[in-house]
Design a binder for this molecule. Structure first.
Ligand SMILES: C[S@@+](CC[C@H](N)C(=O)[O-])C[C@H]1O[C@@H](n2cnc3c(N)ncnc32)[C@H](O)[C@@H]1O
Length: 294
């Protein structure tokens, strides 16, 4: 498989039905909900990772998203980078996964978290911390490790060149303005091993780049993605089918009827106030890094 730009078709849900079910089960057990198009993003990304060969993966703009936990369950060691702090990562993740901070300040010890909850009289999180702590101690942890790194993607100063088999980014890079996107992509390509692959999902725009204010994300034309990802015109894209793919997305009952509860609590998100009305569609960019001469 080579580099490509691909608006994500709702067919992914059917083609990867067992994976969709696994992701739903995992999300449920971790108390996570999916962004409205994330099952498309996740199936597109995961189906292109060779899990037998990919032992070191960078999750760029990971937040507390499900992909890093899914990969750790498959035995992958994930470096999870985000500019938002995950110092106070909830115990439900720490009890199931081996989680560490890349630097001392990237992750507060679990004991500090519990002490803070006690001092602040946060009895509900404290109670669930204790439950998760006990249940986690009884269970074997997932085989892969997750290393938390709080850093801007434009400058991954602590990561060496050529160190990851795969770099993934689920709906993260669109939160960078057009003038920064190329800088981020170059930095992700720097840390990717020769022969490795970058798999990123962003938002597509048909005729011109535009900013979706409620989700604070940019939507990109094929030309803009080609430029930011430094992909030649020979790399295929499916933007010719933009309207048809968008119509199928808008009419997809599975995504429409399973909107996460957090959407209905605010107007500042990808589906303001939980009203099904997609304004953009997800697009995946696959970029391979050339192998070095033997
Ligand atoms: C919509 S969230 C998606 C989070 C996660 N990938 C998931 O699947 O749930 C986008 C994330 O990308 C992160 N992000 C975007 N641009 C970034 C940058 N330049 N440096 C670090 N993090 C970034 C944001 O902080 C945010 O946590």
């Amino acid at each position: 498989m080579s580099s490509k730009i691909e608006i994500l078709s709702t067919e992914l849900l059917e083609v990867h039905r067992p994976l969709v079910q696994d992701l739903r089960r995992l999300a449920n057990s971790l108390g996570l909900e999916f962004g409205w198009h994330y099952l498309l993003d996740l199936t597109w990304i995961i189906s292109q990772i060779d899990l037998t060969q990919s032992k070191m993966v960078l999750d760029a703009g990971a937040g507390t998203g499900i992909l890093q936990w899914y990969l750790a369950e498959q035995g992958v060691n994930v470096t999870s980078v985000d500019r938002s702090s995950r110092q106070a990562l909830p115990l439900r993740f720490r009890s199931r996964y081996r989680v560490d901070g890349l630097r001392h300040d990237d992750l507060a010890p679990a004991t500090t978290l519990i002490r803070h909850q006690l001092a602040e009289n946060q009895f509900r999180p404290l109670f669930s911390s204790l439950i998760y702590g006990v249940s986690g101690a009884l269970k074997a942890k997932a085989p892969g490790e997750v290393v938390i790194y709080n850093q801007d993607l434009r400058e991954l100063i602590d990561l060496a060149d050529n160190s990851f088999d795969v770099v993934v980014a689920v709906s993260a890079l669109e939160h960078n303005p057009p003038e920064n996107l190329g800088v981020v992509v170059r930095e992700l390509m720097r840390v990717l091993k020769p022969g490795g692959v970058l798999l990123a999902t962003l938002c597509a725009a048909e005729n011109r780049d535009w900013y979706h204010e409620p989700s604070q994300g940019w939507c990109y034309t094929a030309d803009s993605l080609r430029k930011a990802f430094d992909l030649p015109s020979t790399v295929p894209d499916n933007y010719a089918h933009y309207a048809e793919l968008f119509s199928r997305l808008k009419n997809n009952a599975e995504l429409r009827d399973n909107l996460a509860s957090f959407y209905s609590r605010s107007g500042k998100n990808g589906m303001p106030w939980g009203k099904w009305d997609p304004q953009y569609q997800p697009v995946g960019v696959r970029k391979e890094k050339e192998k070095m001469d033997e």
